[in-house]
Design a protein around this ligand. Sequence first.
Ligand code: PXP
Length: 247
Amino acid sequence: MNAQIKPERLRLGVNIDHVATIRNARGGDHPDPARAAQIVSQAGGDGITVHLREDRRHIRDEDLVRVQQATGLPLNLEMAATDEMVEIALRHAPHAACIVPEKREERTTEGGLDAAGQHNQLAPIVSRLREAGIRVSLFIAPEARQIEAAMRLGAPVVELHTGEYCHAQGQARADELKRIADMAALAAKNGIEPHAGHGLTFENVQPVAAIPQLAELNIGHYLIGEAIFTGLEASVQKMRALMDEAR
Ligand code: PXP
């Protein structure tokens, strides 16, 4: 490889849902997710991710507008595959929409989307979002059949679920990392841009960040939790530095 050519920078999308979780605990307007979005921008984040859940447990509809107005960073809207969410996405026109499975009782998005099993439900949603110029991503487990389903659906992006990797230890973690790397390569070979996220921390991010085909990581809970101790700017800057170092 030509030493002059630097691998493309891995983008960091920061999920600011849990700023809203803390705000909602008191029902007021502090801490403000829009202010968090501005700090992410100053700290070297490349995008803002929010998950507008059916039960509005953290981010609310009005936050979408305020976050979009607060920074020039691209907004990635995580959303369930429902008519209500599609209408909201079309109204707010985020840069990207990541379709996730959503169960009301889960604490966070637990598994990947079954893109293979839900083709007929997802196909019109992917088409409508794409026709509106929104970059559609599918949050899937790192499995070949899910990548193939994303190809059939015409999704330009997949986000590979890193939750299993983050929970596993030893050889199981190494096996899961290989699965993510293989599926990132399979996606890229087939013209789909692979992203990854869920459960990433300072301790576990670098092996994932080193996977050359990955274009973006979306990280939330750990960064917002760490911000309690170090501030959001320092938390994002440290993640950014670790990701850069891994490339
Ligand atoms: N990507 C997707 C699609 C998610 O649903 C989540 C969690 O909301 C994340 C990334 C971020 O995960 P975490 O908060 O564990 O960093």
